[in-house]
Design a protein around this ligand. Structure first.
Ligand code: SF4
Ligand code: MG
Length: 315
């Protein structure tokens, strides 16, 4: 609720604060059990910072994070510890996120030990075997080293490690972006199967709209630190309302090449999150901008259909 994360920019010998990066600016959303919510947008829009805010990897500038009725953003480290296991993360790079000096068995057992989910060695071993099976890796995988596996297999190990903590929510931050197309599809399907089997909530951070369309229930589109549109996946993909969403979706290749859509090419780069444009932050690139957009910032409005949009033209 109302998440804000601004990073100060310090310059000079005394580290005087001369500016702020508005990484995340007033972002609110919820995820239910068994639901996947995707955060999409160009690089630098703040989607990863939202994920890190939920994980509490840093203190928020403002806002609240609630987990199952408990406000977790203001908890002390010791009060947070028993809740930590409930939110796990899978990062993009399967090559750097696994300790090369640990065997796969020990990588997966680590959260089981750390969170005290089992202490008996035979019990831990049985859990690891079950997890390897869940992510469709062979039994003998446990005795091998991370470098012996391909990118897709390493991401399966990361998923097994995340599941070992018995989480309620898994944050996938570009978790399949580094993988080849066919491997990507396998990992996405695995995540979907696990989500259904285990009733997991997923926060799926991605710039890959084809994958988001395949697996998200709801989609939040971010631009320069703000959510500009939030809707059910089918609604968003069939009838995007925000001019930025329209431009993003027009760039996605269609499976049926006989359908012709007009590609909307946005002018220029994403402006800097240090000096965001006045009014609607998107006005410098928006093909539909009107005079009002330069001075007045639109607010995220929830429409009767339940979807939310932040644009003067939609009001
Ligand atoms: Fe474009 Fe104006 Fe809508 Fe912003 S408020 S998206 S600039 S039309
Ligand atoms: Mg990112």
């Amino acid at each position: 609720r109302g998440l804000k994360k601004f990073f100060p920019i310090k310059t000079g010998l005394f580290g005087k604060v001369t500016g702020r990066v508005h990484a995340v600016d007033d972002v609110s959303f919820s995820i239910s059990k068994g639901e996947s919510v995707a955060l999409v947008g160009e690089s630098g829009c703040g989607k990863s910072t939202v994920g890190r805010s939920v994980l509490r990897l840093f203190d928020l500038t403002a806002g609240e994070v609630w987990l199952d009725g408990v406000r977790i953003d203001s908890l002390s480290a010791s009060a947070l510890r028993p809740l930590r296991k409930r939110i796990q993360v899978i990062f993009q790079d399967p090559f750097s996120s696994l300790n090369p000096r640990m065997k796969v068995r020990d990588i997966i057992a680590e959260p089981i030990r750390n969170f005290g989910l089992a202490t008996d060695e035979a019990d831990i071993e049985a859990r690891v075997a079950k997890l390897l099976e869940r992510v469709r890796l062979g039994k003998d995988a446990g005795g091998r080293w991370p470098h012996e596996f391909s990118g897709g297999q390493r991401q399966r190990i990361s998923i097994a490690r995340a599941l070992a903590a018995e989480p309620d929510l898994i944050i996938c931050d570009e978790a399949v972006s580094a993988l080849d197309v066919s491997v990507k599809a396998q990992i996405v399907n695995l995540l979907q199967d696990l989500q259904q089997e285990l009733g997991l909530a997923l926060l799926f951070i991605s710039h890959d709209l084809a994958i988001v369309e395949h697996m998200a229930h709801r989609v939040a589109v971010m631009y320069l630190g703000k959510i500009v549109e939030l809707a059910e996946r089918t609604e968003l993909f069939s009838s995007p309302l925000h001019p930025y969403t329209k431009a993003l979706l027009s760039a996605v290749p269609l499976p049926d090449p006989t359908i012709k859509t007009r590609r909307i090419v946005l002018q220029g780069d994403v402006p800097s999150p240090i000096n965001r444009p006045s009014g609607c932050h998107f006005h410098t690139r928006c093909p539909a901008a009107i005079a009002r957009c330069k001075t007045e910032m639109p607010t995220l409005q929830t429409l009767a259909s339940g979807r939310s949009v932040s644009c003067h033209l939609i009001e």
